[in-house]
Design a protein around this ligand. Structure first.
Ligand SMILES: *[C@@H]1O[C@H](CO)[C@@H](O)[C@H](O)[C@H]1NC(C)=O
Ligand SMILES: *[C@@H]1O[C@H](CO)[C@@H](O)[C@H](O)[C@H]1NC(C)=O
Ligand SMILES: *[C@@H]1O[C@H](CO)[C@@H](O)[C@H](O)[C@H]1NC(C)=O
Length: 279
């Protein structure tokens, strides 16, 4: 299962990176810019001073608050932060006990990121990767789906509208970066993200889950999934994790291309100081 998911995942990331390159190419004339002055909304911290994690947690919260208000360069590329429009998702899981699912999601809209609470932001002094603890009271994803497979022994083949609603979502976000220099500043190149998720409740609804064969069976199946949501979530987990990873990768990659790492961590080393080679 994991291998399949990872393969799909890395394909998505390649598509994503290609997407970014294309967008940047198109926008080159107007937005080669990055911030050369620290924006007023962003308090910076020193990693070599005590209380850094507390300071950094506040900084990341301020960044999120500003994303909700709207950072023009980010809005230009992704549209509003909440509700957010997301890339189509192609998903394939073949070798799990609870599910064998092929699903395609389009017109994906995710709501809830404006209520993001940053609980902790830890930055590693060793490689400047970071681990962020995030809480969302509610996240909802709406999409058009096409699905084929079997979940909890129920064979499925359908397409239509679906939603997934998650309550009290705890996200542990692992971000890998590589430092580089640009215009006299040090920047984070966000190279990989991974999330670990917990929640108190998942509700879903898939319209037309048996290709319209019986409304009654459709209703009772959706009810069955909601009553057994923990098992159902296990089957859907890779789709949900991947959606959250895609969103966070996308946004962070853009934000850290725009805002020098020096404005977050004042005493960050240059890439040369950290890696010991000129790049
Ligand atoms: C998902 O889309 C791919 C590519 O367009 C297609 O090959 C596949 O059959 C689709 N899967 C489903 C379940 O519709
Ligand atoms: C989710 O719960 C597990 C088990 O209680 C825990 O180990 C993990 O750290 C939690 N993850 C998050 C994101 O809260
Ligand atoms: C960021 O890293 C990717 C590979 O992970 C690389 O292709 C890209 O050139 C890097 N960008 C910069 C600005 O260093």
């Amino acid at each position: 299962m994991w291998q399949t998911v990872k393969q799909v995942s890395s394909l998505c990331k390649i598509a994503l990176i290609c997407g970014l390159i294309v967008v940047n190419g198109v926008n080159e004339v107007t937005s080669v810019e990055f911030y050369t002055e620290k924006p007023a909304f962003l308090p910076s911290c020193k990693i070599n001073e005590p209380g850094f994690t507390k300071c950094s947690t506040n900084t990341v919260q301020k960044l999120i608050d500003q994303l909700v208000i709207g950072i023009p360069e980010v809005v230009k590329e992704f549209g509003p932060f909440d509700p957010m429009r997301v890339h189509d998702i192609y998903f394939k899981q073949d070798s799990s006990d609870v599910a064998r699912v092929h699903a395609n999601l389009s017109d994906v809209i995710v709501k809830g990121f404006s209520k993001t609470i940053i609980k902790e932001s830890r930055v590693s002094k060793k490689d400047y990767s970071w681990i962020t603890k995030i809480f969302l009271p509610k996240m909802r994803m709406d999409a058009n789906y096409k699905m084929e497979g079997r979940i909890l022994l129920i064979p499925l083949r359908g397409s239509g509208k679906m939603f997934i609603e998650i309550e009290n979502l705890d996200i542990k976000l692992y971000t890998k970066t590589r430092l580089y220099e640009k215009g006299g500043f040090t920047f984070d190149n966000v190279t990989a993200v991974r999330v670990d998720l917990n929640m108190t409740r998942v509700r879903t609804n898939f319209e037309n889950i048996f290709n319209g064969q019986s409304k009654e069976v459709e209703r009772s199946t959706n009810e069955f999934f909601n009553e057994n949501w923990r098992d159902f979530y296990e089957a859907l987990k890779p789709i949900i994790s991947e959606t959250v990873e895609t969103i966070l990768y996308d946004v962070m990659h853009k934000v850290f291309e725009l805002i020098p790492a020096n404005f977050f961590v004042e005493d960050i080393p240059t890439s040369e100081q950290l890696y010991g080679t000129k790049n």
